[in-house]
Design a protein. Sequence first.
Length: 496
Amino acid sequence: MTVKAAMENEPENLYRRLPQLGAFLDSSAAGGLLETFPRELVADAARNVLLRLRKEIEENALTVPLLERKLERLKETVAAELHDAVQPSLRAVINATGVILQTNLGRAPLSQAALRRIHEVASGYCNLEFDLDTGERSKRDVHIEKLIPRVLTVLSGKPADRVPESTAALVVNNCAAATFLALNSLAEGGEVIVSRGELVEIGGGFRIPEILRKSGAMLREVGTTNRTRVADYASAITPQTRLILRVHRSNFRLEGFTERPSIEALIELGAQNSIPVFEDQGTGCVARLDAYGIQDESCWLDSATAGLSLVASSGDKLLGGPQCGILVGRRPLIDRIRENPLYRTYRVDKLTYAALETTLLAYLNGKQESIPAVAMLAMDAETIRLRCEALAAAVRSPFLKTEAVPTRSVVGGGTTPGASLPSFAVALQHTELNEHALASRLRRLEPPIVSRVANQRVLLDLRTVPAGKDATLVALLQKHFGDASRNPAAAVQDSR
Ligand SMILES: *Cc1c(COP(=O)(O)O)cnc(C)c1O
């Protein structure tokens, strides 16, 4: 480089060539954009683009000709920035991870019926808190208050007196809120007995000891990490005891030299001492998981019909409904929780009631396989193998090697730690991209494909992909990897 050219490319000189923001906005280049978008939004986009150019100059990444070329395309770059700014950030993705209740991907997908109900109820007005018989004000939880206990009785096959008339239910935003609200309503200022083996962190920072402290209750730890007996609970009971709390360990398994009282034993202890027994159960599972080869799991249905005073569960885990927390239990306890002023801060909206009610009704109508999470759980590996083979054969790409391989799916959502289901996946290998680069490339497609990486390959487990989306997957892969004239390394840009 000549001395003159070197001086020309000095940052000082390059900065001087950048237009002022005001000048850009007043220029004809910005004119077209201002017709469509609010001025502040255009200004914001232009500011970002100019800031990026300043940064490139600062890093000595630009020369005069390079910068000039970029400035010629300034309007297009700002327009692209604007385009991104008005796209929704929350987008539908294809979950090919094989994790059915993947919390990061929104857990349980809703059934078609639930979606239709949401549409019906939310596109106009509804009787959310309105009694159509009397024409008077009503309460929003009447819609599920009887339905939840009824579903539990019917599915458990237990005589109705095990889920007595005095059983009620309440719905809040999520299971974490349900547990907190129950502790605050029933145990503030008193003591709650918990086994040391159950002082767990569920995920997302939900730690039982911290939640207990925040609820205003005092934690009374009993037993040891691996073994806790009924006698440990019994000897911790004092006049200050308000609750016995049992927690589903959710995301880990304790094996070996372990002991934990049965739910029945805790119920008996509670009854003898007139202390309610509350279980943070979590899974919302009403199915028999052993039918799918998953043993030894805590089950919401069993807990809620065992005679516990109160049980908290999630709506968007194995129940397959919307995000919510469900409390089922003795009516006097549910009433105290409902009267807590904090209940108002956790209440759910009509969309949640619409989806939850429809999901629960599917169980009563014998249509549980219309609930996607249930259908995915029940899908047999052979069906998945056939889909994987068809998909692997349909993709013709000079860059991608595709093959159907056996794998294991997991339920996820902290419901069945350590358990998995036999499944199949389409394994992808790219001639020029390593597995991580390929996975990243797949995430940038529209819709994004979220995959799993194992043994230097990208796996697409079709258990969590609706069968109707197989053709979309083929078309996406074909479009982005099928053409030999395309440079596979030119990732990103073409797929946005
Ligand atoms: C998942 C889970 C929670 C949290 O449920 P959210 O609905 O995500 O708030 C709480 N307790 C247990 C035992 C769980 O499994």
